[in-house]
Design a binder for this molecule. Structure first.
Ligand SMILES: NC(=O)c1ccc[n+]([C@@H]2O[C@H](COP(=O)([O-])OP(=O)(O)OC[C@H]3O[C@@H](n4cnc5c(N)ncnc54)[C@H](OP(=O)(O)O)[C@@H]3O)[C@@H](O)[C@H]2O)c1
Length: 191
């Protein structure tokens, strides 16, 4: 059986997922959620997202999509395009005996692999920040919500008002996460 493609994204109310090649918020509970979902699995990232990582992602088999033949990062495999990334990820999934391939973004990679994506693990961020990277708009006739959970706000955290696309625009709380849910296309969609 082919492993299932699963996109993991945190999306603001206005569709923003990134600004200045970073996240326009800081929600540690969501980083933990991302870690739990991706651990032990192949993880496909665009080169810009890979560059933006603040720290390595141990325990994941990372495949970076790039057109740059000289790009050879430590601790990650390279793919020259989304199709090659899928081929590599499928081989790795088989070797790891896992049934999911995770897509970690950013916008170009979510878009490029959306037709093959079977599930989206979506964290809704209750903000409308400025940004320059957006999650692809979904045709909701093609998707159904299969699960929804509302994480509790972290104790003692506080929310500040967004001011600009700078550090003042970052939230350090789990309170800005409103909901997590899983979207799946209707049964029968071919990969
Ligand atoms: N909120 C979230 O869930 C989330 C998740 C991930 C990322 N982000 C944010 O999203 C932003 C980055 O997204 P992005 O769209 O700018 O960049 P990206 O998707 O991370 O990476 C784009 C790069 O991927 C490579 N690429 C894309 N399509 C390709 C193709 N068909 N063939 C070969 N290589 C290809 C190119 O690399 P080369 O230029 O090297 O050729 C391109 O510059 C950042 O702000 C990041 O923080 C947010």
């Amino acid at each position: 059986m082919q492993p299932e493609l699963v996109a993991v994204a945190a999306v603001a109310r206005n569709g923003v997922i990134g600004a200045d090649n970073g996240l326009p918020w800081r929600v540690s509970s969501d980083l933990k959620h991302f870690k739990a979902l991706t651990m032990g699995k192949p993880l496909i990232l665009g080169r810009r997202t890979f560059d933006s990582l603040q720290r390595p992602l141990p325990g994941r088999e990372i495949i970076v999509v790039t057109r740059d033949p000289r790009f050879s990062p430590a601790g990650a495999r390279i793919a020259r395009g989304p199709s090659e990334a899928l081929e590599v990820a499928r081989r790795l999934a088989k070797a790891l005996a896992v049934d999911e391939i995770m897509i970690g973004g950013g916008a170009e990679i979510f878009r490029a692999l959306m037709d093959e994506t079977r599930r989206i693990e979506l964290t809704e961020i209750a903000l409308e920040p400025e940004g320059d990277a957006f999650f692809p708009s979904l045709d909701m006739a093609q998707w159904r919500e299969t699960k929804r959970e509302t994480p509790r706000a972290a104790k003692g955290t506080r929310r500040t008002s967004p001011l600009s696309r700078s550090s003042a625009n970052r939230f350090d709380t789990a309170a800005s996460v409103s909901r997590k849910h899983v979207l799946q296309p209707p049964r029968g969609k071919a990969i």
